[in-house]
Design a protein around this ligand. Structure first.
Ligand code: ZN
Ligand code: ZN
Length: 306
């Protein structure tokens, strides 16, 4: 090992620096050691000797940062080309032209967006936006998020983030669905509210840009159930049919995260005399109290249809 470290490596360093430095070895900008190119690629441009993070190009970074490399490069506002009229042995504009031809990009800086975007709306903002628009597509849980922040301009978004405005991360379902398989479905072994059973194709009208995480709470209901089910190896989800429609967005999330979907068995709810859901306030209606009042297990099964 010593022989390699003390003798061979410096020799190789000396040899390679001039001949094939660009292709086989690269000099670490942190410690100065020569690092084998393939090791550097495997370590995502982090020096195996000193842990220094070496530069990584914008396009390469996007490909690694976004799941499956799926992203959209955002247009940057155009800037003045040559405001100070620099000149050495060439005009600055000439140099720009050369570099642009070499990189096939107009700017060294790139910004991209994947499937998530920051939403700065409060509940009040969302209600006001829906009122202003006159109507909003209705999801199963009421009006859907109208997408106010989906198309915020880059400077506007950067400005709000820089000012520390609180935001939630929303899933762009249009993009998520486009990135997923052509037709997503789940298997229903029970029945939805309208008796839906068997293979259920994901319906676009039941999807909206849900919140996946917000400040101080780094998850959300939909994200948590999908990840927890997968982590716990759940293969059959049995739950009330008030969550049947939510299965559509949850199935899309599973596709985004590459998770194996469980099967579903939705069942009827036991409703009060007016057909409303019981809430936690209605302490009288628990399984235990039903059993105490002489309702048999079979009757309860019949009530919820399982
Ligand atoms: Zn290093
Ligand atoms: Zn918003």
């Amino acid at each position: 090992m010593n022989w390699i470290a003390n003798f061979v490596r410096p020799r190789i360093k000396g040899l390679m620096r001039s001949a094939t430095a660009d292709t086989l070895w690269r000099k670490c900008t942190g410690c100065g050691e020569m690092v084998f190119h393939r090791d550097l690629v495997a370590a995502q441009n982090v020096c195996p000797q000193c842990g220094h993070h070496m530069r990584i190009g914008a396009k390469e970074r996007f490909a690694k940062l976004f799941d499956d490399g799926a992203h959209e490069v955002l247009p940057y506002p155009e800037v003045s080309q040559d405001p100070l009229r620099f000149r050495d042995d060439k005009r600055y504009s000439e140099r720009l032209k050369e570099y642009r031809a070499r990189t096939t990009q107009t700017d060294a800086l790139l910004a991209a967006r994947g499937l998530l975007y920051p939403c700065f709306c409060t509940r009040k903002d969302i209600a006001a936006e829906i009122a202003r628009a006159g109507s909003a597509p209705h999801g199963p849980d009421g009006p859907s998020y109208p997408g106010t922040c989906r198309d915020l301009s880059l400077p506007e978004r950067d400005d709000r983030l820089a000012r520390g405005a609180p935001y939630a991360l929303r899933l762009d379902v249009g993009k998520a669905k486009a990135a997923a398989a052509a037709s997503l479905s789940f298997e229903e072994e029970g029945a939805g509210p309208l008796g839906e059973t068997g293979t259920q194709i994901i319906r676009a009208d039941l999807l909206s840009d849900i919140v996946l995480a917000r400040k101080g709470l780094q998850t959300s209901y939909h994200l948590a159930v999908v990840v927890d089910d997968a982590l716990q190896g759940v293969t059959l989800v049995t739950r009330g049919n008030d969550l049947f429609h939510a299965t559509h967005i949850q199935r899309l999330l599973q596709a985004c995260l590459g998770l194996e979907p469980p099967r579903y068995a939705h069942h009827r709810l036991i409703l009060d005399a007016k057909g409303r859901k019981f809430s936690k306030r209605d302490t009288a209606v628990t399984l235990a109290s039903l059993r105490q009042n002489g309702v048999s297990v079979d009757e309860i099964r019949r009530l919820i249809g399982i």
